[in-house]
Design a binder for this molecule. Structure first.
Ligand SMILES: [Fe+2]
Ligand SMILES: [Fe+2]
Length: 324
């Protein structure tokens, strides 16, 4: 396989840490509408896997239940938030209403230029976002030249300048008791972490995983912080569910503390066991330390780390939790 073939098809799963089994099922299952596609007891505790009904890669949240586990904190080498995808702004507002009516505080919707976002936390403190599919990264740069210029957000979208009262008041007019097909969350939209070195992160995600820089901007909520986006991008199209983004913090900024309420790792897709072996050799050739191929329930995987220590996996698409 040529080096150029090592381009991941995007997210396989995101692994979270929860403090209580029933609370996690009530939140991710009942409230957010994900199917519980696997529940098991492993050496170090219970494991819940949520996703779409078929348990497809790109929809999976792999939740480790650690009652009494210490609470984590975000920082360099960790994830700030996990974004789940929804079709459009009208459906997103239904989520805002449904969550708020369930007692979950929601902020937004914010116009992030390339998509619209609302934010909330799960019962353990993990920050979550629901993001719209569009308008996409080509809204302010040519589709064939993404990530080339540093883009400053429009002033009216920046913290301190946007109309927070109007944003707070924007919601769906009626209670949303049922999750219909149109509003269903389709899976992982993007994952955003912190790095102390955007150049090193770029080298890792581009060289290791075959992703490409698709947007360079600043954090609208903290405009002194750079915000870079990488994704599976063929020069014309950005593949959905492949976008990993980073806030660039100073190298000496506070590091993440793993634990309850934090993302444990982010897994990307490898097709099958053969391709996984190829990936392993590819990562080694890039100077990235990587585990042997391991079994993880229905998947095979390898594990490795980004330069700041963020833990990653490459996991096979199949055989999966399917049929559930
Ligand atoms: Fe995993
Ligand atoms: Fe985000």
């Amino acid at each position: 396989m040529a080096t150029t073939e090592f381009v991941t098809e995007g997210f396989h799963h995101v692994a979270l840490v929860a403090g209580d089994r029933d609370r996690a099922v009530a939140f991710y299952g009942d409230l957010l509408g994900f199917a519980l596609v696997h529940e098991g007891q492993e050496e170090d505790g219970a494991r819940l896997v949520f996703g779409d009904a078929a348990g497809r890669p790109g929809t999976l949240l792999d939740v480790a239940v650690r009652p009494g586990g210490g609470r984590g904190a975000f920082g360099v080498g960790g994830v700030h938030h996990v974004a789940l995808g929804v079709s459009d702004e009208a459906q997103q507002l239904k989520w805002k209403r449904r969550l708020a009516d369930a007692g979950v505080p929601v902020s937004g919707p914010y116009d992030r230029t390339w998509f619209h976002s609302i934010y909330f936390t799960d019962p353990d403190g993990q920050i979550l976002e629901i993001a719209t599919e569009g308008p996409g990264f080509a809204v302010d740069e040519p589709a064939e030249a993404l990530g080339q210029a540093l883009i400053q957000p429009k002033p009216q979208r920046l913290v301190g300048q946007r109309d927070e009262a109007a944003i707070r008041a924007t919601t769906h007019p009626e209670p949303v008791l049922e999750i219909d097909a149109a509003m269903r969350l389709w899976g992982l939209h993007h994952v955003t972490g912190f790095t102390g070195d955007l150049d090193a992160a770029g080298h890792f995600y581009e060289g290791g995983l075959g992703l490409r820089l698709v947007k360079r901007s600043v954090n609208q909520d903290d405009p002194d912080t750079l915000h870079y986006f990488w994704a599976n991008y063929d020069g014309t199209r950005v593949l959905p569910s492949s976008d990993v983004t980073f806030f660039g913090w100073p190298a000496h900024a506070r590091g993440t503390r793993p634990g309850v309420g934090q993302t444990d790792h982010v897994a990307f897709r490898a097709k099958d066991a053969d391709q996984l072996e190829g990936w392993r050799e590819h990562l080694l050739a890039q100077g990235i330390a990587v585990s042997a191929v391991e079994e993880d329930g229905p998947f095979a995987r390898v594990t490795f780390q980004a330069p700041d220590g963020l833990r990653h996996e490459l996991a096979t698409d199949g055989p999966g939790f399917g049929g559930g």
